[in-house]
Design a protein around this ligand. Structure first.
Ligand SMILES: Cc1cc2nc3c(=O)[nH]c(=O)nc-3n(C[C@H](O)[C@H](O)[C@H](O)COP(=O)(O)OP(=O)(O)OC[C@H]3O[C@@H](n4cnc5c(N)ncnc54)[C@H](O)[C@@H]3O)c2cc1C
Length: 322
């Protein structure tokens, strides 16, 4: 039962989620007593996956697919799965992977389990633990098809470094015109900022900050912590922040190690998108704010007093530990 893992790149560079799925695939292969093969599409340095225990890499280099294309990628991964006789294909839970995985499952007549958060609790029958109801519950799903597609939830397994000498084989693929029927023609990117998906820490602001002119302290706190910035829905609806920062049920999901919510009430739709974060710190002037019930650490007080003090203390701490 060979394990194949698809590792996504952004401009040729591996995303953090790719290193996590590689770590997971290695551990899964060990659990099954088999090997994990990774496949890359137009990756700059496939050998990097050797740092996460992957010893065999199929590297695709193809100019027809320099941008993500779900249909073409699903076809390529299917070809790699057939070639390696893979019975389990692991992908991440990025937006692209969630688009790709169902197509891949159809191509391979496979069962697909999304939002998987751990190694299988049993491999025969094959049972995986998954999150459900916006991370408010778990379920255990049995996949009975011969080929299985696993979508690993971000930050659920972590990166496990394990230096391995990886063998890289170039893998040529056949893509038809029909596979390229949908094409990305242009991408506008926010540059120079840590993205919410890649960040270990996210600093998020809500309507309690009163207006966009007060976001300087949120950005400064994020900079000191090496964090990404985020916001609640009304904040982006009001145009105080870009929509790319809106997190929650209808925004981006957040599964960071540390989520700091400042002046955010903790409405159910906001919590639905950030519940999966490991440690939640809430700063709110209202001791009855619902967010405190979901928080690991709560600070009751005025953000305009607390956040500058926090920034000051963190700078002092960093200076004395430099
Ligand atoms: C279908 C649907 C989908 C939705 N999807 C989302 C979603 O994805 N994400 C999302 O965020 N929301 C979503 N919402 C909106 C959600 O219901 C809430 O309205 C929203 O999360 C509230 O944003 P907020 O906490 O920033 O603002 P508010 O509810 O106005 O809360 C502001 C908070 O700031 C605190 N505060 C005020 N002044 C200070 C101060 N000086 N210092 C510290 N704290 C202060 C207040 O005590 C309060 O708790 C959705 C709603 C619907 C109906």
């Amino acid at each position: 039962m060979m394990v194949l893992v698809y590792t996504e790149t952004d401009n040729g560079k591996f995303k953090k989620a790719s290193l996590e799925v590689a770590s997971y695939a290695k551990a899964l292969a060990e659990q099954l007593g088999t090997k994990a093969t990774a496949m890359t599409i137009n990756a700059e340095n496939p050998a990097e996956l050797g740092n996460y225990g992957i010893d065999s890499i199929l590297a695709v280099s193809n100019e027809q697919i320099t941008q993500f294309n779900a249909k073409a990628y699903a076809e390529i991964i299917k070809q790699a799965a057939k070639q390696t006789d893979a019975h389990i294909i692991v992908v991440s839970s990025s937006a692209n992977a969630k688009y790709l995985a169902p197509l891949l499952a159809v191509n391979l007549e496979a069962g697909y389990a999304s939002n998987v958060i751990a190694l299988p609790t049993s491999t025969n029958p094959f049972v995986v633990k998954r999150t459900a109801f916006s991370n408010k519950a778990f379920n255990y799903t049995e996949i009975n098809t011969p080929v299985k597609v696993i979508g690993l939830s971000g930050n659920s397994f972590g990166l496990k470094e394990l230096k391995t000498e990886a063998t890289i084989t170039s893998f040529s693929v056949e893509i038809s015109e029909a596979d390229l029927s949908i094409k990305v023609t242009n991408i506008d990117k926010v540059s120079g900022k840590l993205t919410i998906a890649d960040a270990d820490i996210v600093v998020s602001g809500g309507r309690g900050l009163k207006g966009p002119e007060n976001w300087g302290m949120i950005e400064e706190l994020a900079e000191v912590l090496g964090a990404a910035t985020a916001c609640s829905k009304p904040v982006s609806d009001l145009g105080w922040r870009p929509h790319s920062e809106h997190v929650g049920q209808t925004g981006k999901p957040v599964a960071t190690n540390l989520y700091i919510a400042i002046g955010i009430s903790g409405a159910i739709q906001h919590l639905a998108g950030v519940n999966a974060s490991k440690v939640k710190v809430v700063i709110n002037s209202d001791p009855e704010a619902p967010f405190f019930k979901a928080a690991d650490y709560g600070v009751v007080g005025d953000a305009f007093t607390i956040v500058p003090e926090l920034i000051q203390k963190l700078k002092e701490f960093k200076a004395s530990n430099a």
